[in-house]
Design a protein around this ligand. Structure first.
Ligand code: GRF
Length: 255
């Protein structure tokens, strides 16, 4: 991670939240940039929007794979190939397995059109209306193995007005989603950048602890490689000192 967090956006449809993130990433001080868009549907209208913005995109359709595992493996490989640090689900209509999520701890965000923990799952706006709620809203949260249940980063509320249809309420919430997602990504990306800075400092000061359950697999490998390298340098330095001492002793002995 150098300066900015690399984002992948996963979509299945119109991609209006993706659009909001594209706009946010044009701000110079925004701590993230979008490196790839992945759609599981070849006909997702969001793909054309990504192309207009000049962002590379790919379609990885779950239908083209023998099973969910193979589908997720292709997504995982694409993320690794594109040096992705953070995955943003934006209307991505596939549930990611616990195994996939655990490979990207703290690295997947989702937006949901309800005030979680209320109404996880499908049709949250319709369910809020059916329950006669006076307010609703949206939540951006970190994705964990349990659906729509990870730690919440940002929530924004809207009123439910009398006579609202599901479409009315959805549109009112969507306006707030377009503010909430960029705000949450800014907060989380900055947190990841700060964490990397702390990690770099730790590596540099050679006070490495392998208690790094909060860092990604790639970072752990980096730390391990760095530890092996510094051990090797230390060992080589000692070897040089021993050889020099032996040469000096031999010289004294011969003289
Ligand atoms: C949004 O309402 C989001 O909260 C939900 O799916 C919808 C996606 O809309 N997860 P868009 O594709 O971002 O326009």
């Amino acid at each position: 991670m150098t300066g900015k967090v690399n984002i992948a956006i996963l979509i299945s449809g119109r991609g209006s939240n993706m659009d909001a993130l594209i706009r946010a990433c044009t701000e110079t001080d925004y701590p993230a940039r979008i490196v790839t868009v992945i759609s599981n549907r070849p006909d997702a209208p969001g793909l054309a929007k990504a192309a207009t913005a000049g962002i590379p995109s790919t379609t990885l359709s779950h239908r083209d794979f023998s099973d969910g595992e193979a589908f997720e493996e292709s997504i995982h490989n694409h993320l690794i190939q594109n040096n992705v640090d953070l995955v943003c689900l934006a209307g991505f209509m596939r549930i990611l397995s616990a195994g996939f999520v655990q490979n990207w701890p703290d690295r997947i965000l989702n937006i949901h059109p309800s005030l979680l923990p209320d109404y996880p799952g499908l049709h949250p706006q319709a369910r809020a209306l059916a329950d006669g709620k006076s307010q609703s809203g949206c939540s951006v949260h970190i994705v964990t193995a349990a659906m729509d249940a990870g730690p919440i980063l940002v929530q924004r509320c809207v009123p439910v007005l009398s006579g609202d249809t599901e479409e009315d309420l959805s549109a009112r919430i969507l306006e707030q989603e377009h503010l909430a997602y960029p705000e949450a990504v800014r907060i989380h990306a900055q947190k990841l950048l700060n964490r990397t800075a702390v990690l770099d400092k730790t590596i540099n000061s050679k006070e490495m602890s392998m208690d790094t359950h909060h860092v990604s697999v790639n970072q752990k490998e980096l730390i391990r490689a760095h530890a092996m390298w510094t051990d090797f340098i230390r060992f080589a330095r000692r070897g040089v000192v021993v050889v020099v001492v032996l040469l000096v002793l031999m010289a004294i002995f011969l003289v």
